[in-house]
Design a protein around this ligand. Structure first.
Ligand code: NDP
Length: 242
C-alpha cells in the first residue's frame, strides 16, 4: 500500500489519534498538512517527528477550514485525502447542560467536518479521485449518558458521511466514517478513574485501544485499495459496539 504522490489534510493532527494518522499517512508517502487549535508545542513536535506541515486553524471557523485546504493546495498542488479528526467534549447531563456547551461541540465536531468537506469537494470532484474519512465514535451509534452534545455530533457525522458518499460516488470520491471505542489519548486520560473502570467493563477485549489501532484503518480507507468502499461506518473498539 502506498500514498506516494497524494496530499492529505488532517484536522486536529497534533495529538492523539490525529497525530497517529499524520504519522501513518507520512509513512505511506503522502504529503500531509494538519491543523491544531492552540497547543503549538504539540503541533511543532508532530511536525518535526513526521515532516508534516502544521497550520493553526480553528475547526469551527469557515475561513480556517478554507485556509487549511488552501495551504495544502499551495504547498503541494492538490488535496486528495481529507481526514476530519478534530473532536472536543463538554460533558454534562442533559438537564443541566448549558446551551454554549451544546453549541461548541456541534460547531467544532460536526459543522467543522462539514466545512472542510465543502472546501475539498470541488478539487476532488475535478480530479475524479478523493478519500474522505470522518471520525465518529461508538457513542454516536449507542449514545452515552452525560454526552448528549458529543453523541449528537458523532451521530451527525454518520449522516453527513452517508449523504456525501452518495453525492460524490460517481467521481470516485469515497466518504467513510471510523468509530473508535475507548482509545488511550489525552481526551480519555481526563476521565475519572471510576468512569475508566466502568468503561473497561464494556469492552469485550478488556483493554483500551491505541491511537495507531485507529490510524491503520484510516490509512487503509485513504488508499487506492479501499476504492470500492464508501458510506460505511467502521468501528475500532475491541468489540464495544457489538
Ligand atoms: P485529543 O483531545 O487527544 O486531540 C484532539 C486534537 O484536535 C488535538 O490535535 C487538538 O489540537 C485538535 N483540536 C481540538 N479542538 C480543535 C479545533 N477547534 N480546531 C482544530 N483542532 C482542534 O483527541 P483524540 O485523539 O482522543 O480524538 C480524536 C478524534 O477521535 C475526535 O474526533 C474524537 O471525538 C474521536 N474519538 C476519540 C475517542 C477516544 O477514546 N479517544 C473515542 C471515539 C472517538 P490542540 O492540541 O491544539 O488542542
Amino acid at each position: 500500500m502506498t500514498l506516494a504522490g497524494k496530499t492529505a489534510v488532517v484536522t486536529g493532527g497534533s495529538r492523539g489519534i490525529g497525530r497517529a494518522v499524520v504519522a501513518e499517512l507520512r509513512a505511506l508517502g503522502a504529503n500531509v498538512v494538519f491543523s491544531y487549535a492552540g497547543n503549538a508545542d504539540a503541533a511543532e513536535e508532530t511536525a518535526d517527528a513526521t515532516g508534516a506541515v502544521a497550520v493553526k486553524a480553528d475547526a469551527a471557523d469557515p475561513a480556517g477550514a478554507q485556509a487549511l485546504v488552501d495551504a495544502a493546495v499551495d504547498a503541494f498542488g492538490s488535496v486528495d485525502i481529507l481526514v476530519n479528526n478534530t473532536g472536543i467534549t463538554r460533558d454534562g447531563l442533559l438537564m443541566t447542560m448549558k446551551e454554549d456547551a451544546f453549541d461548541a461541540v456541534i460547531a467544532t465536531n460536526l459543522k467543522g467536518a462539514f466545512l472542510t468537506m465543502k472546501a475539498v469537494c470541488r478539487p476532488m470532484m475535478k480530479a475524479r479521485w478523493g478519500r474522505i474519512v470522518n471520525l465518529s465514535s461508538v457513542v454516536g451509534l449507542r449514545g452515552n449518558a452525560g454526552q448528549a452534545n458529543y453523541s449528537a455530533s458523532k451521530a451527525g457525522i454518520i449522516g453527513l458521511t452517508k449523504s456525501a458518499a452518495k453525492e460524490l460516488a460517481t467521481r470516485d470520491v469515497t466518504v467513510n466514517a471510523v468509530a473508535p471505542g475507548f482509545i488511550d489519548t489525552d481526551m480519555t486520560a481526563a476521565l475519572p478513574e471510576k468512569a475508566r473502570e466502568e468503561l473497561l467493563k464494556s469492552i469485550p477485549m478488556a483493554r483500551l485501544g491505541q491511537p495507531e489501532d485507529v490510524a491503520h484503518l484510516v490509512a487503509f480507507l485513504c488508499s487506492e485499495e479501499a476504492g470500492y468502499i464508501t458510506g460505511q461506518v467502521v468501528c475500532v473498539d475491541g468489540g464495544m459496539a457489538v
